[in-house]
Design a protein around this ligand. Structure first.
Ligand SMILES: Cc1cc2nc3c(=O)[nH]c(=O)nc-3n(C[C@H](O)[C@H](O)[C@H](O)COP(=O)(O)O)c2cc1C
Length: 149
């Protein structure tokens, strides 16, 4: 047990489409950062394939996961899009902007990247919410104490 493990977050899958290359990454380092306009910040490791793709595009999706999607969180958080098509057997649809939305999520946001900040071995992307959907009235999957809860 350590002090940083006490910072609890929602578990999400951040999705993207760069030149028709789809990918998704499990992200627990995510938070709201503005009310008006609504904005969400995500922290992405510089070694992730998703970082390479986010540098090539201007939008990302955020799927807030349900407690039934724990295995999905583990899958998107252990494989890399560099050598796996993570969407191959996934139930999803594309928004009109081509961003993947994973079915079964509790909520979905589509964000336009408006700013970014260097953060050690990660980069924080700040996205303005351009589309939001509440899909299920239930508590989402959480990440705290270094585990999915
Ligand atoms: C529960 C969980 C939370 C994670 N949170 C983050 C995160 O906030 N930021 C990040 O860069 N990686 C996070 N990861 C690790 C990435 O999801 C993982 O390295 C993934 O395989 C990267 O995929 P990619 O190479 O296709 O981008 C998390 C993994 C798990 C299992």
């Amino acid at each position: 047990m350590d002090a940083l493990g006490k910072i609890y977050n929602v578990a999400s899958i951040v999705t993207m489409n760069s030149n028709n290359k789809l990918n998704g990454i499990t992200v627990a380092w995510i938070t709201r950062v503005s009310i008006k306009p609504p904005m969400i910040a995500i922290s992405i490791g510089k070694k992730r394939y998703s970082y390479t793709l986010l540098e090539e595009t201007d939008k990302f999706g955020v799927c807030i996961l349900s407690k039934e999607q724990k295995e999905l969180a583990k899958f998107f958080g252990s494989k890399s899009g560099r050598n796996t098509n993570k969407f191959e057997n996934i139930d999803y649809e594309l928004t009109k902007n081509g961003i993947p939305k994973i079915n079964g999520s509790v909520a979905f946001f589509e964000c336009k990247i408006v700013n970014k900040a260097d953060a050690g071995d990660h980069v924080i992307y700040i996205g303005e919410v351009i589309n939001e959907e509440l899909l299920k009235i239930e508590q989402p999957l959480l990440y705290g104490e270094h585990q999915l809860l």
